[in-house]
Design a protein around this ligand. Structure first.
Ligand code: GDP
Ligand code: MG
Length: 636
C-alpha cells in the first residue's frame, strides 16, 4: 500500500444512485453508517474507501436529502476531486447543478462524470443525456472529463470506472504542507471501550499520536491517544487524509461537530475575513448591502455581513475582493474555501477562498487593503509571507501567525524573513526592515522633541518614552527598538530615563545654575550619613532648585522621606556606595546586622538610618528578615 490518497466527493441529485454507486465500487454501504456507529464496530466509520494499486481513494457520499448542502460543504472543503452522478432516466436536475456549482466555488479542479442507471434507458436516450451533459459542462473544469455510463445496480461499467478513478490519484494537486495542523471535526461520538472520537479531513499539517491539541473555539486541551486512517491505527496522519482521532482529556459532551482541532496557540480567533469572492452566474437575486448572509466553510457555519472592498460592481459572474464581518468569532486558516448563501430564501450565491483572516486589516486604508489582497491572490508562499510582514507595518507580526496566515512551514518563513532582511526577535516577532527603521526614527524624534522642550533635563522617563512608542507598536518590538538604539549608541539609558546620546544638557546649563550645582552637591556629599533636610538647603532659591533637579535626574543625589514621611533627606550617591562597601567588609553575607548595628557602623541616627535601610531593601541591596538584614549577594 502506498501513501498516496485522494478524497473524492460523490455529488448529484437525490436518488440518482450515489450511495448505491459507492457501494458498488467499494462494497461499503454508506447509508448504514449510523447503525454501524451505534454498534461501535470501528472508530473510522463513515466513509467508504477503495484501495487501488496507486493508493487509496476516500469517498464522501453527500446525503441526498434537503439538508445535504451543509453536509456536503463540511466534507467537500477537504475534497480533491468529484464524482458527479447523473441518472440516465432523469438527466441534469437542480441539485446536480447546485452541487456542481458548489464544487466549482470550492476550487475543485478534478473529477469524473457518471451517468448511472444506464440499465433503465436505451442507447439513443443515453446518447441524448451524454450530449446534454457535455453542453452543460462547457467552460467548466469537467469540460473534457470522460462521461462513464454505468449501472450501479447491475454492475455494468463499474470496473472501467474504478480504473479511471485510480488514474486520478496521480493527477491530484499537492496540498500545502504547514507546521500547524487544522482538523475541522465533522463528527464526534463515543465508542465503547475506546472513548471520545472526532473525525474529519485533515487540512494543512500532520498530526501524531500523543500530540497535544486545542479544541476551538472552546479552548479545551486534549491529547491524541490514537489515530486511525482507513480503519488502521497509524502513528501519523498527513494532510488530505480522512482521520479519526481518539482524544484523551475531553468528554464527548465537551465536544461538538463543527469545532476545530489545532496545535495549541497556533491560531487566533477572528471576526474579520477577507476573501476573493466568485459570484455565481444567472442568479435570481443578490444580497443587498449590509444584508446578513451565511458563510459556510469546513464544519463552521456563521452569520456575516459582507462589504465589497473594490469599486467593481457586485453582479452575477463577478469575481471580487470582499470583507466579511462575522457575527461570532471563528477559527479558520487562510486558503480555506467557503460558500456564501443568502438567509431567506436560502440560496448559494457565491464562494471563494479566504486570503487573510487578520482583524488588523480593518484598520487599513482602502487602497492599501486592495493592494494587499491582490498580492495574496497571486502570490506564491514566499511572496505571501512578505505581503503579511509588510502589511503588519510598525506593529510587526508574531512569527507563528505569519506561518499560519501564509499556510507556510517554518523554513519557508525563515527564508522569506532572510530574503527581505526583516528584523526578527528570535522566534517570537518579525517586523519589516523599513518599518523597523521608521519606528527607530519615530522613537528618536520623541527624544529630540523632549530635549528641545526640556533643555536641562537629563532625559525622558523610560515609562513615558515606552508609552509613546507603544502607540505605534507592541511591547516586545518597542523594547527591541530601545535596545537597538542603545546598542548602536544612538540613545543612552540612565537609571529610569532615556536620552539622545548626542544630547549634552550640560551645554544648556546657565552659568549661575552651574555654580549652584557645585554648591549643593558639596553640601550633600559632605553631609555623608547625617545630611541636612532638603528644604533647608534649597530655600526659595530657583537656581538651587534647578540645580537639585539636575543632580537628582543624573542619579547623583537620592532623596528619601524621613521616618515621619514629611520631610526629605538627600544622600549623595557616593555616600550610599561608601556604606555598601563598609557593610560588605563588616557584615559579609550571609552574616546579618540589626538597625542599631547599622547606626553604629554609619555613625548616624535612627532618623536617617530607618529610611536609608528601607531604601536598601527596596533596591535589593539588603534583604530583611524580621529584625535582621543581610547584604544581598547580588551586586547592585
Ligand atoms: P442517492 O440518493 O443518490 O444516494 O441514491 P441511492 O443510491 O439511494 O439510490 C436511489 C434509488 O435508485 C435506490 O432505490 C436504488 O436502488 C436505485 N438505483 C441506484 N442505482 C441504480 C441503477 O444503476 N439502476 C437502477 N435501476 N436503479 C438504481
Ligand atoms: Mg445517498
Amino acid at each position: 500500500m502506498t501513501d498516496r490518497q485522494l478524497t473524492l466527493g460523490v455529488l448529484g441529485h437525490v436518488d440518482h444512485g450515489k450511495s448505491t454507486l459507492v457501494k458498488a465500487i467499494t462494497g461499503t454501504d454508506t447509508d448504514r453508517l449510523e447503525e454501524e456507529k451505534r454498534r461501535g464496530l470501528s472508530i473510522v466509520l463513515g466513509f467508504a474507501f477503495l484501495e487501488c494499486d496507486d493508493g487509496i481513494i476516500d469517498f464522501i457520499d453527500a446525503p441526498g436529502h434537503e439538508n445535504f448542502i451543509r453536509t456536503m460543504i463540511s466534507g467537500a472543503t477537504g475534497i480533491d476531486a468529484i464524482l458527479l452522478v447523473i441518472a440516465a432516466d432523469e438527466g441534469i436536475k437542480p441539485q446536480t447543478r447546485e452541487h456542481f456549482a458548489i464544487a466549482r466555488l470550492l476550487g475543485i479542479s478534478q473529477g469524473l462524470i457518471v451517468v448511472n442507471k444506464s440499465d433503465l434507458v436505451d442507447d439513443s436516450s443515453l446518447a441524448v443525456i451524454q450530449d446534454e451533459i457535455s453542453k452543460a459542462m462547457r467552460g467548466t473544469f469537467l469540460e473534457h472529463a470522460p462521461i462513464h455510463a454505468v449501472s450501479a445496480r447491475s454492475g455494468k461499467g463499474i470496473e472501467k470506472l474504478k480504473k479511471a478513478l485510480a488514474g486520478m490519484i496521480a493527477g491530484k494537486p499537492p496540498r500545502p504542507s504547514a507546521d500547524n495542523f487544522y482538523l475541522p471535526m465533522d463528527r464526534v461520538f463515543t465508542v465503547e471501550g475506546v472513548g471520545t472520537v472526532g473525525t474529519g479531513t485533515l487540512r494543512s499539517g500532520s498530526i501524531r499520536c500523543e500530540d497535544e491539541v486545542e479544541v476551538m473555539p472552546s479552548g479545551l486541551k486534549a491529547n491524541i491517544r490514537e489515530i486511525q486512517v482507513h480503519n488502521q491505527e497509524v502513528a501519523e496522519a498527513v494532510p488530505g487524509q480522512r482521520v479519526a482521532v481518539n482524544l484523551r482529556g475531553v468528554k464527548r459532551e465537551q465536544l461538538e461537530r463543527g469545532q476545530v482541532l489545532i496545535r495549541p496557540g497556533s491560531m487566533q480567533e477572528t471576526i474579520c475575513l477577507h476573501a476573493k469572492l466568485q459570484v455565481l452566474d444567472d442568479l435570481p437575486r443578490l444580497p443587498k448591502r449590509n444584508e446578513l448572509i451565511r458563510l459556510l466553510f469546513g464544519t463552521t457555519e456563521v452569520f456575516a455581513k459582507m462589504r465589497i472592498v473594490e469599486d467593481s460592481p457586485f453582479e452575477s459572474g463577478a469575481s471580487l475582493f470582499v470583507q466579511f464581518r462575522c457575527r461570532d468569532a471563528v477559527f479558520v486558516s487562510t486558503g480555506e474555501h467557503f460558500i456564501a448563501r443568502t438567509c431567506s430564501p436560502v440560496i448559494t450565491f457565491a464562494g471563494g477562498e479566504f486570503l487573510d483572516t487578520s482583524e488588523d486589516l480593518l484598520q487599513l486604508p482602502k487602497e492599501d487593503l486592495v493592494s494587499h489582497l491582490q498580492k495574496l491572490d497571486q502570490a506564491d508562499v514566499g511572496a505571501k509571507i512578505i505581503a503579511h510582514i509588510q502589511v503588519a507595518g510598525l506593529r510587526g507580526i508574531a512569527i507563528p501567525a505569519l506561518a499560519e496566515r501564509a499556510t507556510a512551514s517554518g523554513s519557508q518563513v525563515d527564508a522569506a524573513l532572510e530574503k527581505t532582511n526583516a528584523v526578527r526577535l528570535g522566534n517570537t516577532f518579525a517586523i519589516d526592515r523599513s518599518a523597523f527603521d521608521d519606528l527607530c526614527d519615530k522613537a528618536l524624534r520623541v527624544l529630540k522633541d523632549f530635549h528641545e522642550k526640556n533643555p536641562t533635563a537629563t532625559g525622558l522617563g523610560l515609562d513615558i518614552f515606552r508609552a509613546k512608542c507603544l502607540e505605534w507598536s507592541r511591547t516586545e518590538i518597542v523594547d527591541h527598538v530601545t535596545g537597538h538604539l542603545g546598542d548602536t549608541k544612538q540613545v543612552e539609558v540612565i537609571g529610569n530615563t532615556v536620552r539622545l546620546s548626542e544630547f549634552n544638557r550640560d551645554d544648556n546649563i546657565d552659568p549661575s545654575d552651574r555654580e549652584a550645582i557645585n554648591t549643593i552637591e558639596k553640601v550633600f556629599r559632605d553631609g555623608g550619613a547625617t545630611t541636612p533636610f532638603l528644604n533647608e538647603v534649597l530655600g526659595d532659591d530657583p537656581s538651587r532648585k534647578r540645580a537639585y533637579q539636575y543632580l537628582k535626574d543624573s542619579g547623583r543625589l537620592i532623596a528619601l522621606k524621613d521616618h515621619g514621611g514629611t520631610k526629605f533627606f538627600v544622600f549623595h550617591q557616593e555616600t550610599i556606595e561608601a556604606i555598601k562597601k563598609q557593610l560588605a567588609e563588616t557584615y559579609p553575607p550571609p552574616s546579618n546586622f540589626t538597625v542599631s548595628d547599622f547606626r553604629v557602623l554609619t555613625g548616624s541616627t535612627r532618623k536617617y538610618v530607618i529610611p536609608m535601610l528601607e531604601y536598601f531593601d527596596r533596591n535589593r541591596i539588603t534583604i530583611r528578615q524580621g529584625n535582621y538584614r543581610s547584604l544581598s549577594r547580588i551586586e547592585n
